[in-house]
Ligand binder design. Structure first.
Ligand code: G1P
Length: 295
């Protein structure tokens, strides 16, 4: 089976309840980090890693997301007439040339596993990536690119992982890891996976972060999946069913992950990305001002 990963699924159908009321009528993936919506960070990560087909799994009430990736011809013409070429390129560069995108709908909120399953006809019989846009990862080499590089060596299934505090295992998919000797290549053998275990039942504190490279067989496992934790069809449960049949690794990525589905995580991402922007040189001084005024 070919190792080339061309397609990526972006589950974006969630309600964003942790960011209410901001997300009452704005999709959480459209909230900005500095001046780009959250979703653009995951899309840029995917296209930089060579993904050429983006598949958004969306739901009703969130069509602003689709509009964002569509062209806005009147706006483009107005910018052109005014000679605002930099702004124009910022619009036309959202989706690079040669990359196409599709939308499928998840009509009922039946869980992440179900959202991924909704895209099965567009994926067909080839390995693919899944990116959860809430997890924004700042890295010199984009996280998915790091994973593609490792995947070329080991094949099978690969999930991004990092250690979380022991009292937070109930928020993540947790690895039952093999001899975890912190290998220099970042790979971790996976013997089992548990979705959101209470700390006392967690096999480790190594948790899945929202980047996956999966074999299409996961769709068969999803097809027969029963509802898991939270009454939802869990991607983690379907992945667990593959472990004895295919290579399955975790990958400790290089980079910093911000959980942008959470208020503090989103704020931190805004500060961290603003500090890296060469066109926003006053951010550090502004932060120091704010801190000195509030102390
Ligand atoms: C999902 C997955 C979980 C994973 C997490 C990463 O959970 O179900 O296994 O660890 O994303 O962000 P959610 O955050 O959608 O509850």
């Amino acid at each position: 089976m070919s190792h080339t990963i061309r397609k990526a699924i972006f589950p974006v159908a969630g309600l964003g309840t942790r960011l209410l009321p901001a997300t009452k009528s704005i999709p959480k993936e459209m909230l900005p980090i500095v001046d780009r919506p959250i979703i653009e960070y995951a899309v840029a990560e995917a296209t930089t890693a060579g993904i050429t087909h983006l598949i958004f799994v969306n739901s009703r009430g969130k069509s602003a997301l689709e509009d964002h990736f569509d062209r806005h011809v009147e706006l483009e013409e107005a910018l052109m007439q005014k000679g605002k070429t930099a702004e124009l390129h910022r619009l036309t560069d959202i989706i690079p040339t040669g990359v196409c995108w599709s939308v499928v709908r998840q009509s009922e909120a039946l869980g992440l596993g179900h959202a991924v399953w909704c895209a099965r006809h567009l994926i067909g019989n080839e390995p693919f990536a899944v990116l959860l846009p809430d997890d924004v990862i700042m890295a010199d080499t984009p996280c998915l690119q790091q994973m593609m590089d490792r995947h070329r060596e080991v094949g099978g299934n690969l999930v991004a992982v990092e250690n979380v505090p022991a009292n937070q295992t109930n928020r993540y998919g947790i690895l039952d890891a093999g001899a975890d000797d912190e290998r220099p290549d970042g790979l971790v053998e996976v013997h089992g996976l548990v979705e959101k275990p209470r700390p006392e039942y967690a096999p480790s504190t190594l948790s899945i972060i929202g980047r996956y490279i999966l074999q299409p067989n996961v769709f068969d496992a999803l097809e027969s999946s029963k509802k898991g934790v939270g009454g939802e069809i869990q991607l983690t449960d379907a992945m667990a069913a593959l472990i004895d049949h295919q290579p399955f690794h975790g990958y400790r990525f290089d980079g910093v992950r911000y959980d942008c589905g959470d208020r503090l995580g989103w704020l931190k991402a805004n500060v961290a990305f603003a500090l890296r922007r060469s066109d926003l040189l006053d951010v550090r001084a502004a932060l120091q001002d704010i801190l000195s005024q509030s102390s």
